[in-house]
Ligand binder design. Structure first.
Ligand code: NAD
Length: 257
């Protein structure tokens, strides 16, 4: 019964994608759990253990105790650097190459869409590839190298020019989103006629306002998420399942129809 419902929803999703002329994908941390990177809100997620991410992963927490921040973020960083894109990421690449998807807006900082080969990606919450010195702001550093060194020697990563503390170029809670990237994401959300939302609890504003922009402009919404979200009632199709299995199924449905 459940299987039939899911099959039907995949059919409807494929039809919506075929009919749409401007489709935008919007992903959250749930897009990456199938690649082994925990999200924030799934039950028993590793990132909730021992610390409150909202405290350590905030700009206030970072300024108060960079040591606490680094001790928490190192596990996420190591997982992100080791992670490989899963079949769902590759399915999005296929959809883009076949002309079905125009852009990918992501809240993820792990760079997996880029690694998979997607293009036209808007990283709303920054990225883990680089870090910037918060004293001189002049130099960017490779975060993987600085985190690996931190794991080795336990010393907080510092600028080799002015000895200031390095901050990975991710947007922490309490920080403003990158203005230009967010404006562009708002524009394409307004202009799209279909938004596919994958693996986001849609609880983190202002990113979570983007589906509302799409909806207000008559865009249709497809939600693919393990658990229900507050936006489910607004969506045209809701699939409560895994990104890594559903996205390839949608691609094969499109190919076979
Ligand atoms: P979230 O943790 O609030 O929600 C994730 C949602 O994904 C949950 O509702 C969960 O049910 C769903 N989910 C989990 N696994 C799934 C799967 N395999 N398939 C489909 N759905 C799945 O994530 P959010 O909405 O992105 O907000 C969290 C914030 O934390 C974001 O700002 C993000 O930048 C950051 N974050 C990023 C990463 C990453 O880059 N991979 C990891 C953790 C947190």
């Amino acid at each position: 019964m459940m299987q039939n419902l899911e099959t039907k929803q995949i059919d409807i999703a494929a039809t919506l994608i075929k009919k749409a002329s401007r489709t935008v994908v919007f992903t959250g941390a749930g897009m990456s759990t199938d690649s082994g990177i925990p999200d924030f809100r799934s039950p028993d997620s590793g990132l909730w253990e021992k610390v409150d991410p909202f405290e350590v992963a905030s700009i206030y927490g970072f300024r108060k105790s960079p040591a606490k921040f680094y001790s928490w973020v190192k596990d996420l960083a190591v997982k992100a650097y080791a992670a490989e894109p899963h079949p769902g990421h590759h399915a999005l690449v296929d959809l883009q190459r076949q002309g079905y998807v125009e852009a990918i807006i992501t809240q993820n900082i792990d760079g997996l869409h880029t690694k998979a080969g997607s293009t036209n990606i808007y990283e709303l919450h920054g990225e883990m590839r680089t870090s910037t010195c918060i004293s001189c702001f002049k130099t960017t550093f490779n975060t993987q190298e600085t985190v690996e060194k931190y794991i080795e020697d336990g010393e907080i990563p510092r600028c080799r020019h002015c000895n200031g503390i390095l901050k990975p170029n991710v947007i922490l809670f309490g920080e403003q989103l990158p203005v230009q990237v967010f404006q562009q994401a708002q524009e394409i959300s307004r202009a799209c006629d279909l938004m596919i939302i994958i693996g986001s609890s849609l609880e983190v504003a202002p990113a979570s306002n983007l589906p509302l922009l799409a909806k207000r402009n008559q865009g249709k919404l497809i939600i693919i998420n393990l658990e229900p979200t507050d936006f489910d009632s607004l969506a045209d199709v809701v699939i409560h399942s895994r990104a890594a299995t559903i996205l390839p199924e949608i691609v094969s449905r499109l190919e076979n129809n």
